[in-house]
Design a protein around this ligand. Structure first.
Ligand SMILES: C[S@@+](CC[C@H](N)C(=O)[O-])C[C@H]1O[C@@H](n2cnc3c(N)ncnc32)[C@H](O)[C@@H]1O
Length: 243
C-alpha cells in the first residue's frame, strides 16, 4: 500500500533536520507543498532544505486555497472550510501522481500545524488509500529555549502554549508562564513587569534574539522585529513570557 509521510523539518536550519526525517524524505516519490503566494518565502526555504538533503526531490507545489476572512467571529468555521478545500486540492494531486507522498512540515507537526488534520481529511474522503505516519521535527519552541539557554518552565511547574490571538485570555486566566506562537504583531501592553525571551526567524541567517524585562526591552523588540522583516521579507517569532 502506498504511504503518506508527514515529515517535521525543523524551524529553518538544514542542520536541524533529524536523520529519521532525512531517511523519510528519501523514501517518498514526491513532496506536496502548499504555495501561499507568488513569492512564498517558506516555499523557498523548504526548497533550500531539500536541495541540501534530497537534491533530486520532486516537488509539486499546490496553490493554497483562499481562506475566507470575511467573518472574524466564525474563525473556526472558516478554518474548517479551508482545511476541506486544501484536502480536496491535495487529494487531486495524490490521485494523479502514483507513489509515496511526503508533506514537509515546518518545525514539528504537533504544534500549530494542520497537516495531520488535512491528511486525516484526505483519507476520510475515501478516494485515496494509504498508510500514513508522522516524523517529528525540532520545533521553533525548542530552538527558542536552546538559543536563550533556558528551561521553558520552572521546576515542576506547568507551561501554557498559546497564540498571539489568545494571549490576553491566558494572562486573564492567571497563567504565569506562557509560550506564544503565531503573533501577527507584538501586543505586550500591561505586561511591562513580565520577563520575555523572544526569538525571530530562528535557525535562519536573519535570526534575532531579545530577552529581559518587557518594560526595558520593548523598544529593542519592536526594532528587531521590524529589522528582521525588512531584511528577510518575512518574520516569524515565538516567545516565552513569565510573570
Ligand atoms: C504555523 S506555526 C508552525 C509551528 C511549527 N510547527 C513549529 O513546531 O515550530 C508558525 C509559528 O511558529 C513559530 N515559528 C516557526 N518557525 C519559526 C522560526 N524559525 N523562528 C521563530 N518562530 C518560528 C512562529 O510563532 C510562527 O508564527
Amino acid at each position: 500500500m502506498r504511504r503518506i509521510r508527514v515529515i517535521g523539518i525543523g524551524p529553518g536550519d538544514p542542520d536541524q533536520v533529524t536523520l529519521e526525517a532525512i531517511a523519510a524524505m528519501h523514501s517518498v516519490a514526491y513532496f506536496v507543498v502548499a504555495e501561499k503566494a507568488d513569492d512564498d518565502q517558506l516555499l523557498a526555504a523548504r526548497q533550500a532544505l531539500l536541495a541540501r538533503h534530497v537534491p533530486d526531490a520532486k516537488v509539486i507545489a499546490v496553490r493554497d486555497p483562499e481562506r475566507d476572512r470575511a467573518d472574524p467571529a466564525d474563525y473556526q468555521g472558516a478554518v474548517t472550510d479551508w482545511h476541506e478545500a486544501r484536502a480536496e486540492a491535495y487529494e487531486r494531486v495524490i490521485l494523479d501522481h502514483p507513489g509515496d507522498v511526503g508533506f514537509l512540515v515546518w518545525g514539528d507537526p504537533a504544534f500549530y500545524d494542520s497537516t495531520i488534520r488535512i491528511v486525516e481529511r484526505i483519507l476520510a474522503r475515501g478516494q485515496v488509500e494509504a498508510e500514513w505516519d508522522v516524523i517529528p521535527g525540532i520545533s521553533s519552541l525548542q530552538l527558542l529555549a536552546a538559543r536563550h539557554r533556558i528551561v521553558l518552565h520552572e521546576i515542576g511547574q506547568p507551561i501554557l502554549v498559546t497564540t498571539g490571538r489568545k494571549l490576553r485570555e491566558a494572562v486573564d486566566a492567571g497563567a504565569d508562564n506562557i509560550l506564544v506562537m503565531l503573533s501577527a504583531r507584538l501586543d505586550l501592553d500591561g505586561l511591562e513587569d513580565w520577563q520575555i525571551w523572544w526569538g525571530a526567524n530562528l535557525g535562519t541567517e536573519h535570526e534575532a534574539l531579545v530577552a529581559g524585562r518587557i518594560g526595558d526591552v520593548l523598544g529593542e523588540l519592536n526594532e528587531s522585529r521590524d529589522a528582521v522583516k525588512l531584511a528577510a521579507g518575512w518574520v516569524m517569532d515565538a516567545y516565552l513570557l513569565r510573570r
